[in-house]
Design a protein around this ligand. Sequence first.
Ligand code: SF4
Length: 219
Amino acid sequence: MEKVKARRVITNQREIKKRIEKDLDLYCQKAIELGASDARVVSAKGVVVDERVRLKCAVPHCHLYGSSPNCPPYTPTPDEVRKALCRYKYAILFKHDVLPKEDFVDPQQWLKGHEKHQKMTHKIASALESLAFNDGYYLAMGFAAGGCKTALCGGLPCQFLDSGRCRFPLMSRPSMEGMGIDAFGLAAKVGWEIYPVAHKNVDQDSISCAVSVGIVFVH
Ligand code: SF4
């Protein structure tokens, strides 16, 4: 495995300002290298945490509700998330194109098809977070998409809830939506095409693409 150089932590904001733009660009490039189709630097202030997003996990109950520590009701409340996220200035928003789109859009194909795409989102979010962490942004934090029970553990019962030993301790993340982040709104705001796709009666031809979206708060 390629060794990554660690950088000394600095707290001088002027020094951080000097280097962070270059670093953020590099993280966007890295996201693309890892399989993302686009990555953007976004202002953390523009990330909306909305109680209704988390409520959507419970009403109607998502099949993954309570299935791992990364899904509600175990995730922090929107109030806690909002308070924490407003301390950041910059984040990297990335998307991964779901091909074929039926892996998300087709109600039957989705059952297993979505797993590899959301796994990719977990991989990119955790890799970027670790890169930023080693660069001295020690509070970097990444969120993925979907539930880790299906994205990483293939639907097996969560080992963390069972015994306290996660099968993927460094890669498993809460989803943006599980943290109450309005992922649809954010993706649409940066100009990405995104559709709600979970309806059995949706006309699949009306959906031109499917994407899986993640975010890493850097500093
Ligand atoms: S064991 Fe699997 S389902 Fe449980 S937290 Fe870890 S990755 Fe998620």
